[in-house]
Design a protein around this ligand. Sequence first.
Ligand code: GLA
Ligand code: ZN
Length: 680
Amino acid sequence: MINERLPKIWYGGDYNPEQWDQATMEEDIRMFELAGIDVVTLNVFSWARSQRNEETYDFQWLDRIMDRMAAEQIQVCLATSTGAHPAWMAKRYPDILRVDYEGRKRKFGGRHNSCPNSPTYRRFAPIMARKLAERYKDHPSLAIWHVSNEYGGYCYCDNCEQAFRLWLQERYGSLEALNADWNSGFWGHTFYDWDEIVVPNALSEEFGGNRTFFQGISLDYRRFQSDSLLTCYRLERDELKRITPDIPITTNLMGFYPELDYFEWAKHMDVISWDNYPAIDTPVSFTAMAHNLMRGLKSGQPFMLMEQTPSVQNWSPYNSAKRPGVMRLWSYQAMAHGADTVMFFQLRRSVGACEKFHGALIEHAGHEHTRVFRECATLGQELGTLGDKIVDSRSRARVAVIYDWENRWALDLSSGPSKALNYVDELHKYYDALFQMNIQTDIIGVEEDLDKYDIVIAPVMYMVKPGFAKRVERFVSEGGTFLTTFFSGIVNEHDLVTLGGYPGELRQLLGIWAEELDALLPGQQNEIVIKQEWGALRGSYSCGILCDVIHGETAEILAEYGSDYYKGTPVLTRNRFGKGQSYYVASSPDAAFLQALLANLCEEQGVKPLLNTPHGVEVAERVKDGRSYLFVMNHNAEAMTFDAGSANRIEILSGLPISGLTTIPGRDVMIMEGSAAGRP
Ligand code: GLA
Ligand code: ZN
């Protein structure tokens, strides 16, 4: 549980009373009670407010708010305010300002703008954390720490350059090793002195944000910047831990955000929290996958939904309003996938600056008589009635999809084979096929224990890190099913090709050899022709993006390409390996193919859907104390009918028993409680 003091699904969000007068805060508090708000995130961007100059700290304004919250039994998620440095600090210590990708020194402005290797930032940010911890360590409302805000963005300043060289010295030990691992003989880039190494940006090796002439240095720079920002987080965390060892610590992450390796970050966080901002047309299965990634960061531990908008964003090109019912539906979707909090950005809309048109519980009208407020209040009431039922429950997936940030960086930085290749999209294709069948699927990192699963899918596992291939071999030889795809097993962790034939270290396990790689033009397709009908897998399907031209070695050929010069060569193979089997999908297939194939794999391993439901009706499960909670979520605008099965289940929002054919209204949710005996 995040904090025993609030043993329910937390309900609240970002709150900035410092932008308002006392009377407004009192009005807010009245409305919080109407909406069932029990947690507020304070102090996110108040550094300049609490520290007017180098010597003067003033927290009286915050004392007053903290005490008011305590008087109302509202818990506080207390931010350390270091997500935006004060203007005076930038003026006095310009080292805190970043240098951007084009090499321009930034001036004061915006936020999330501090150089992570700035001595000034690394000095003042932890002092602020320490002062807050000392001041509020015994405060009855302090429930969790929120360090900084949405860490991200890279810096290319001289301090970063020097720190990068030291980081490289530690990683490689010698320039010989570095030159070898970067293959710096290419284009005559050999380094003879550490200080010949400069940051890779638009002034040196890179262009267009993610294109590079030298994968080795660019890949390491991403690792280094992720590490540098993580160090900033850890410096604050250490101060907080020392003074308040029992208060959990988090920082808000951003799902599939590309720049930081969250699996590394998670090791230093007590609780994962994240900000979920899908667009009106984001596939619901994509949001589900992102929740599962956040859940997977700490091996299934529940996470916090730290931010979502109750209605609209302000920063998208088109900021559509969440339709009636959608805020509630998506809140339950987060819970269904492991969230133990439902929190908003923001509780009250600001009066000026760029977020004044961002949705809030309390809108500019200033009262509770709005659609958005009413919907929020209904949800608040429901979460109150649920009590501690769902809190701290787990999921129990038997299927996992592997995702790895370093693999993503390497793929994005790779020159060739196709700009159409998008790692996260490929992941989503596989996740979506399982999602459509209501098969529970974890998203896990490469270090996760594979033995918990029956089926492990690793789309586009381009980079194979040390030890990974052996762990997958063991998993399969003990009976597991492994599936990987085209453009896998190509390089090691330095982006150096594993010589001797693709898929390199995975070759024996897969029993194939990949000889060529063909990129298809936009709109161009090939066919997957099934050799022998297998379950729903029959006839032919289309595929695109990339086609590996492969040869079966020990693998059995299940399907062949239907056209082009590699017509008749394998596109789907199965290799028996020990007690298990591994599959290779040599191209990017259509959804129908993936659903049929994955249904077969699940069937082979005895993995069953939670329920069979019509399209757009999602089912996810959480389990606790021998009880199973099936969340049935109708993402369609219209009512749908599904078979709720014969088990004795109670729908806990209404208290009514549920079985057999059941109708669920459009955009509605049912939570069916029953026995957790027997695994799906
Ligand atoms: C992010 C930030 C918030 C706010 C919202 C707006 O998630 O953390 O401070 O800017 O976006 O959507
Ligand atoms: Zn810097």
